[in-house]
Design a protein around this ligand. Structure first.
Ligand code: GLU
Length: 266
């Protein structure tokens, strides 16, 4: 199933979570970024188009300035994102540059997606960058999006992006293999659910734990993202980015994950 959805998709949005971008000590992981960029470059050379949604501004901010790690105050978190976004994009530029590709940055908020004029401009920018083989890298504009107008998590942001760009597939890259029937960190007999056709039935059958580490989402926002894109006919793949060349492994069937089928495929 995973091999098939990757094979069939030409336009792919890939979202990378903060826990995947950061090493265990909380600093940004340039080796991961380089390996990921090289895999995207391979996909683009095969004729696929890639848009990246990257979290990690806050974690990069903490490791850059080495202060405020424990501050919960929104102003400090926004300041950390402002610092870290620069660091993050610097690393993405180096990573994609090593594979021969340029990148472009888009910082978006919830309000941007609710405004027709802005969505048209966002669409045009993304289409132009992609047509010219430049990789758009998107994050939430954390310094202007305070609590009430925040999307809050990049799972939902990547779903809105996939719909805006009319993508063929959304891939959420995380530090878990996919959706399990119960928390695999607590239960050794937890089973990976490889295909989801009915999200409501899934919600009723699994126990959803809390988020941990630097990510804001957890499984709840991943299911929200799946609900959004599958309703628009876009399948979603949830997969683990911890191993090198994981996209290749997913594409050749040697790594498992969870595929959420698009409504029109049912
Ligand atoms: N925009 C936040 C950041 O880059 C992360 C949001 C999320 O974890 O989904 O740090």
């Amino acid at each position: 199933m995973i091999t098939q959805v990757i094979h069939d998709a030409r336009k792919i949005v890939i979202k990378i979570g903060s826990n995947t971008l950061a090493k265990a000590d909380g600093t940004i992981n340039p080796e991961f970024m380089k390996d990921f960029a090289a895999q995207c470059a391979d996909l683009m050379r095969q004729g696929k188009q890639i848009v990246v949604v990257s979290s990690g501004a806050q974690v990069a901010g903490v490791s850059t300035i080495d202060r405020w790690a424990r501050k919960k105050d929104i102003h400090y978190r926004q300041a950390l994102c402002a610092i870290g976004q620069v660091e993050l994009m610097d690393n993405w530029r180096a990573a994609f540059g090593a594979s021969g590709f340029h990148i472009g940055q888009l910082l978006l908020t919830k309000e941007d997606f609710q405004d027709d004029h802005r969505t048209l401009n966002m669409r045009n920018t993304i289409f132009t960058l992609v047509d010219e083989d430049v990789v758009p890298i998107i994050n939430e504009n954390d310094s202007v999006s305070y609590e009430e107008i925040k999307i809050g998590d990049n799972d939902n942001l990547s779903a809105l992006t996939a719909i805006l760009w009319s993508a063929d597939l959304l891939v959420l890259v995380s530090d878990i293999d996919g959706v399990y029937d119960k928390n695999p960190k607590e239960y050794a007999d937890a089973k990976l659910i490889e295909t989801v056709a009915d999200l409501d039935a899934l919600r009723g059958s699994i126990s959803i734990g809390a988020t941990n580490g630097f990510g804001t989402g957890g499984i709840t926002t991943k299911l929200e993202a799946a609900a959004k894109v599958t309703a628009y006919g876009i399948p979603m793949l949830l997969a683990n980015g911890s191993r090198p060349r994981f996209i290749e492994a997913l594409a050749n069937g040697s790594q498992k994950g969870t595929v959420f089928l698009a409504q029109e495929d049912l």
